[in-house]
Write a protein that binds this ligand. Structure first.
Ligand SMILES: NC(=O)c1ccc[n+]([C@@H]2O[C@H](COP(=O)([O-])OP(=O)(O)OC[C@H]3O[C@@H](n4cnc5c(N)ncnc54)[C@H](O)[C@@H]3O)[C@@H](O)[C@H]2O)c1
Length: 307
C-alpha cells in the first residue's frame, strides 16, 4: 500500500483524485491544505488524514512529507488574473511552495512527485497544438511560477535523483467545482443564478477542455508508472468559447443570454494539447466528450447546488 501526500487535496481536482487513490488503489492519504479554497465536497473516510497547513511553511511541509512514498502537489494560487494583480503572493505560494515540497522530499527521502503544472499559461501564445518540446514564454506570473516549479522538479531530479513528473493540465471542468471560476463552472453558476453569461473577448478563443475524471485517471497512471519529466494532459481538441456555449445550451436544454466584454490581459487566445507523449508513456486515455462532461457537470450542480 502506498502512502501518498496530496497537497491542496481538498480542492476541486483533489476531491476527484483522493477517493480514487484511496478507494480504487488502496492508498493511505495525507492531505496538506490551508483551507483557502476547499471544494467542500470531499468525504474524509478512514485512511484519509487532513493536516491544516500552508505550503509556504517549510517546517509544516517537511512534517507532512515524512513517511510518505509519493507526493501529489496540487496546492497553488491558481488564477491567471489574480496572479497579475498580486504576483508576489502567486510567487510565494507557487514557486516557494513547490520548492518547499521538493526540499522536504529531499530531506525525508521521499522518492516520487507528481507536480500539477499547466499548458497554455506556461507556453504563452504559440501555434497549437502545444507539446512538451515547445520553448516556454509565460504570458502571466501564474505561468511563470508554474514554469519555475517545473524547473525545480528537473533540478531535483538531476541533482538528487528524485523522480518528478510535471503534468501540464489543460482547462479542467467537472463535478465539485462550485468554488471554481474557470469557464465551464463560471458559466453554469451564472446560468443558474442569473440566466446570463459574460464572455471576455469575441468568443472565438479556443481551449482544451478536459473532464476531471479523465485527468485524475491520468494522475493515477503517472504515479503507477513512475513517470518522470513533463506531460501534457488535455483532451487533445480545441473548442471555442462560442462552441462551448452552444454545447451547454444543447446539453442542458437551457437558454441564457451572452454578453461580450473586452479580452483580459495575460490570457492567451488559442491553445490545445498534443497528448501523444502521455498516451504512449503512461497509458493516458481521456474518453469523456465535452457534451457528456458538461451534462454530468450540470447534473452535479443541479443535485448539489452551489454557494
Ligand atoms: N483546474 C484547472 O483547470 C487547472 C488547470 C491547470 C492547472 N491546474 C493546477 O491544478 C492544481 C489544483 O487545481 P484546482 O483546480 O483543484 O484548484 P483549487 O483551488 O480547487 O484547489 C487548490 C487547493 O489548494 C489549497 N491551497 C491553496 N493555497 C494553499 C497554500 N498556500 N497552502 C496549502 N494549500 C493551499 C486550497 O485550499 C485548495 O483546497 C493547481 O496546482 C492548479 O494550478 C488546475
Amino acid at each position: 500500500m502506498k502512502r501518498v501526500l496530496v497537497t491542496g487535496g481538498l480542492g476541486f481536482i483533489g476531491t476527484s483524485l483522493v477517493p480514487k487513490l484511496h478507494g480504487r488503489f488502496g492508498a493511505e492519504i495525507r492531505i496538506l491544505d490551508n483551507m483557502s479554497n476547499p471544494s467542500g465536497d470531499l468525504v474524509i473516510a478512514d485512511g484519509i488524514e487532513v493536516v491544516e497547513a500552508d505550503v509556504r511553511d517549510a517546517a509544516a511541509v517537511r512534517k507532512a512529507v515524512k513517511g510518505m512514498d509519493a507526493v501529489v502537489h496540487l496546492a497553488a494560487h491558481t488564477r491567471v488574473i489574480d496572479s497579475i494583480e498580486d504576483p508576489q503572493l502567486n510567487f510565494d505560494i507557487n514557486t516557494t511552495g513547490t520548492f518547499n515540497v521538493l526540499e522536504a522530499m529531499r530531506q525525508e527521502d521521499v522518492p516520487s512527485l507528481v507536480n500539477a503544472s499547466t499548458g497554455g499559461a506556461i507556453l504563452g501564445e504559440v501555434p497549437p497544438p502545444i507539446n512538451e518540446d515547445i520553448a516556454a514564454k509565460p504570458a502571466s506570473p501564474y505561468g511563470a511560477s508554474k514554469l519555475a516549479g517545473e524547473g525545480y522538479c528537473w533540478a531535483y531530479a538531476q541533482s538528487y535523483g528524485l523522480k518528478a513528473a510535471s503534468l501540464r493540465f489543460s482547462n479542467i471542468y467537472g463535478p465539485n467545482s462550485r468554488r471554481k471560476s474557470s469557464v465551464v463552472a463560471a458559466f453554469i453558476k451564472n446560468i443558474r443564478d442569473t440566466g446570463a453569461v459574460t464572455v471576455y473577448g469575441d468568443g472565438t478563443q479556443t481551449r482544451d477542455y478536459l473532464f476531471v475524471d479523465d485527468l485524475t485517471d491520468g494522475i493515477v497512471r503517472a504515479i503507477e508508472t513512475g513517470a518522470a519529466g513533463t506531460y501534457q494532459l488535455g483532451f487533445g481538441k480545441p473548442t471555442s468559447v462560442n462552441t462551448l456555449i452552444d454545447i451547454i445550451r444543447e446539453a442542458t436544454g437551457t437558454n441564457f443570454s451572452v454578453t461580450y466584454e473586452p479580452a483580459r490581459a495575460g490570457e492567451i487566445l488559442h491553445t490545445y494539447c498534443d497528448i501523444a507523449k502521455a498516451r504512449g508513456a503512461i497509458g493516458y486515455n481521456p474518453t469523456t466528450e465535452l457534451d457528456e462532461g458538461v451534462r454530468r457537470t450540470w447534473d452535479w450542480f443541479e443535485t448539489s447546488g452551489h454557494a
